[in-house]
Design a protein around this ligand. Sequence first.
Ligand code: PMP
Length: 437
Amino acid sequence: MDRNDSLNDRAQKVIPGGVNSPVRAYGSVGGTPRFLASARGAYVTDAAGREYVDLVATWGPALLGHAHPEVVEAVQQAAARGLSFGAPTEGEIRLAEMIVERVQAGGLAPVDEVRLVSTGTEATMTAIRLARGFTSRDLLVKFDGNYHGHSDGLLAAAGSGVATLALPGTAGVPASVAASTLVVPYGDLDAVREVFAAHGDNIAAIIVEAAPANMGVIEPPAGFNAALAEIAHASGSLLIVDEVLTGFRVHPAGEWGRQVEAGHAYTPDIITFGKVVGGGMPLAALGGRREVMEYLAPVGPVYQAGTLSGNPLSVAAGIKTLELATPAVYEQLDRAADRVIADLTAALDAEGVAHSISRVGSLFGLAFMSDKPGDYDEAKTQDAHRFTPFFHSMLDSGVNLPPSIYEAWFVTMAHDEEALARIAAALPAAAAAAARA
Ligand code: PMP
């Protein structure tokens, strides 16, 4: 028996489903998840000692590659000074300053102040409470297929019509909580306007993934986020831009900065960050203009707190990661993505497999359909069954992909020629397997 199988048996007895986050369970592709023992650079090694080129990058944080020596050293030094203080530290100020400085583009600076939290879920949950407190309104507009973490109001499913209040998206969410959310199709500005026409006076905020990457990658229509800002602001609502996944990954100033540079300037009211900003440690953040941020306790009336918020080890990893993530790193990531996309396209074309690849900076996703999906309903029409044999063929050839067709692929600064060549070598067999499915 493979060591991954024996660990899986043990895990199933003491951990629900054997995993601490559901997507790790290989639920849609089947088989035994690889239990990872170590990770370095572009590679991860499983409990059986097998090495894989990694395109998961711990779901985004590993921008510089796994266990970058300077990040590890910064964390070790911080650990030697104390694991947690529960008191303010200089490092927190530095990280907040770095976020404020980086999130500027086209002469705009939407973030004056930052609050550090521990997970992306907390960042979006707090952003929503802040928007409700600031506007004294209750309703939230979110997009179908956008993921913002697992807080109650965000696990909502569309109601029977566009402007109708949402239903619980999972067991355990009270209908009364879901009913404070309105779920609209992604990319559909008419639907957003319809919702505002019906409920505008009571909408606290629109929340949107800066670029969706949790229903596969979907390229935002040009100017979509800017139009959302306009609609929200015209009704006295706020726009919360969720950059937990895209922030400091797709561009030095995040997806917001990329869109501003592309000529679609707008001003978000609150931006949420996670993943890269913590360099692989538990850390996330929300930021916005002073007037909004100072609604948070202890200055303002909106309560939010955290024993481990601004944890010194996480802060050290975040500071070092952002220091090392220079513009040249983003250019290198773009080139690595160019290469994987070219090889993936060639392999699938050679087998005549209908597919499209959607891309936002170095972030990209595969869909088994010829046209790029524009929303979640479209993404669900693809030949998703082709992904299972594709995934397992890649894994057998030593490439670790996200175990779901609806997840983005992540390259890192450590994906050098050798790692990219290993991916290229694995693709033809995987494409052939997908073609047979
Ligand atoms: N927002 C987005 C856009 C995300 O992709 C995620 C997680 N993948 C979250 C929020 C939640 O972050 P966390 O898993 O750290 O709670």
